[in-house]
Design a binder for this molecule. Structure first.
Ligand SMILES: NC(=O)C1=CN([C@@H]2O[C@H](COP(=O)(O)OP(=O)(O)OC[C@H]3O[C@@H](n4cnc5c(N)ncnc54)[C@H](OP(=O)(O)O)[C@@H]3O)[C@@H](O)[C@H]2O)[C@@H](O)CC1
Ligand SMILES: Nc1ncnc2c1ncn2[C@@H]1O[C@H](COP(=O)(O)OP(=O)(O)O)[C@@H](O)[C@H]1O
Ligand SMILES: [K+]
Length: 503
């Protein structure tokens, strides 16, 4: 699913009106009826509804919704915020349509003195501003939003919480943004929904389709997409009857150190559960028996050091290499990493302390083999790329870094973002807070190594890997819940995740 900017959404809206064709007031009616149906199914009548309406089309949606709810036995109060004399054409038409409807109460609000009391069980609808917000809130609107936020009512935001910009909130203080319990967004999620600091405003969000024109949705380009099962499935390569283990590649995993052999086990098991033909895991000497016992399918390459990574095997046989899970970042490992980067010609997955080493020695970036993939969490990202105060800025830095260094950069989190060298950015909707547990990142590294070894192009390996990892975590959480979930469970649910993905 594509994610568009506010400007693009306005363009798609206008195209739909011209080419469906449909009158703009009817498109608004369609949009409002989607919100109406959602409210009826989640908060059946009778209920008290207080709808706060702004001057634009977001307000128009609120007015149309008020009419629909009023005839369905909801006790509806409409509060039109008089911050300007001008309503949008369609908002004005919908206001007119309320004339003569004596089943609702209509108020004009020009000062905060007329703010109604909001009770715990009230449904409060935020239809003040949507994607047309052009500046931070002030004056009356700010006061109304503060009162809404101070209440315990159920707040439902139409399209986007008022005060929140669709994409860039780096200049937004956060003082005047509606804290919704539910955000019902039209047709597309907004980029701002995917950033952790905005979760407090958005609450639970849902996308309601309003039938915008498919032609322009497909032709309009955007760097941002949300991954879907259909999209990821379309990237899979079939396995054929006469294929043998050589077909699916030989991967090298450099992993583990004293006290962190578990990382090597998790990543190795994840690789083998993701279709790799052959796997060699390079580990410090002390881990030999541990790994051979825990993962009999993996071949083992032993470092001269008992406890850390200081050398690597002959590279000629490997189709892809992953380095990082549990390796530590001692001086000798850094030296071995320099030599390795100079020699490697195949794509690499670079994770954990291998990222930190490159962060501390940025000159190593120029040695990166083509098709490399970095998999940092936020802290590792900051060491590699730099700090930022907000997620939008961080996302811009992520896209730039991927482009400038011609690598794929996976920023792990609740909506993991995968930025590709040509500028696109994919967000992963799968995964859950149960995956915030030791070792789950090691599992992801193993999966991506496996896909690279099988010959998937780098950005495709990153996309499939991230999606599959989240999916396995979700399937595991069905049986185990989130508290008890461990990284080993994610590996154990990879078979189910593959089956579900291919179904
Ligand atoms: N595309 C779709 O899919 C469909 C979209 N629909 C709906 O339309 C919504 C977008 O509507 P919209 O463009 O009229 O913008 P909206 O947010 O209502 O307000 C803009 C007005 O507010 C003003 N204003 C802005 N910021 C302000 C501030 N801080 N303080 C004070 N004023 C401020 C701004 O004034 P200006 O910036 O020009 O000064 C302008 O007058 C969208 O979110 C969805 O709900 C559906 O109906 C149909 C299908
Ligand atoms: N709240 C969450 N929702 C979805 N996925 C999550 C969440 N928390 C963590 N994850 C996923 O779990 C993994 C954690 O990786 P990482 O922080 O490197 O863990 P570790 O270093 O312990 O292996 C990432 O893939 C991340 O996307
Ligand atoms: K809104």
């Amino acid at each position: 699913m594509k994610i568009f900017s506010a400007k693009q959404i306005a363009k798609i809206d206008a195209y739909t009106i011209e080419h469906e064709p449909i009158m703009s007031i009817d498109l608004m009616e369609r949009a409002a009826s989607k919100i109406f149906k959602w409210i009826v199914s989640h908060f059946p009548a009778p209920q008290n509804c207080k709808i706060f309406v702004g001057p634009g089309n977001n307000g128009g949606d609120g007015l149309a919704l008020a009419r629909m709810l009023a005839v369905k036995n909801y006790a509806v109060e409409v509060h039109v915020l008089r911050i300007t004399d001008k309503l949008s054409t369609d908002a004005a038409k919908n206001l007119e349509r309320l004339n003569g409807l004596n089943t609702l109460d209509l108020y004009e609000m020009s000062s905060i003195e007329s703010m109604p009391w909001l009770f715990k069980d009230d449904i409060v609808v935020d239809a003040i501003f949507g994607s047309g917000l052009s500046r931070p809130l002030e004056g009356l609107v700010l006061d109304v939003v503060k009162a809404m936020n101070a209440s315990e009512a159920n707040v439902i935001a139409i399209d986007i919480p008022s005060g929140l910009m669709t994409e860039d909130n780096s200049e937004n203080s956060g003082r005047g943004i509606v804290r919704a319990d539910y955000t019902l967004s039209f047709q597309f999620p907004k980029l701002a929904f995917l950033f952790p600091e905005n979760a407090q405003y958005i609450g639970e969000w849902e996308v309601l389709s309003i039938g915008l024109h498919p032609e322009i949705i497909s032709s309009e380009t955007t760097p941002y997409r949300m991954l879907s099962k259909e999209f990821v499935k379309s990237l899979l390569m079939p396995r054929k009857k006469f294929d043998h283990k050589g077909t699916y590649g030989h991967g090298l995993l450099i992993s583990g150190s004293y006290g962190k052999m578990g990382a090597a086990i998790l990543a190795s098991r994840a690789s083998l559960r993701s279709g790799i033909g052959l796997l060699t895991t390079h580990i410090p000497r002390l881990g030999y028996q541990i790994l051979q016992t825990a993962v009999p399918e993996a071949m083992v390459s032993i470092d001269r050091s008992d406890i850390i990574f200081t050398e690597y095997p002959d590279l000629s046989q490997f189709k892809a290499i992953a380095i990082g899970p549990g390796i530590d970042k001692k001086q000798n490992s850094f030296r071995a990493m320099i030599d390795l980067l100079k020699e490697v010609k195949v794509p690499m997955v670079i994770d954990a302390d291998a990222i930190n080493i490159i962060g501390e020695h940025p000159e190593l970036k120029k040695e990166l083999p083509l098709g490399s993939i970095f998999t940092p969490h936020v802290k590792e990202f900051e060491r590699l790329v730099g700090k930022s105060d907000d997620s939008y800025t961080r996302n811009c830095m992520q896209r730039e870094f991927a482009k400038n260094n011609e690598i794929s950069l996976v920023l792990k989190g609740a909506y993991t973002a995968i930025c590709c060298p040509e500028g696109s950015c994919y967000f992963n909707p799968k995964g859950n807070p149960g995956m915030a547990t030791a070792g789950s990142g090691d599992v992801l590294t193993g999966i991506i190594l496996s896909l690279l070894s099988q010959g998937y192009p780098s950005h495709v390996a990153a996309i499939i890997g991230v999606y599959l990892h989240g999916l396995a975590g979700d399937l595991a959480s069905v049986d185990f819940g989130v508290e008890a979930l461990t990284a080993s469970d994610i590996v154990d649910y990879l078979p189910k995740a593959w089956l579900y993905l291919k179904k």
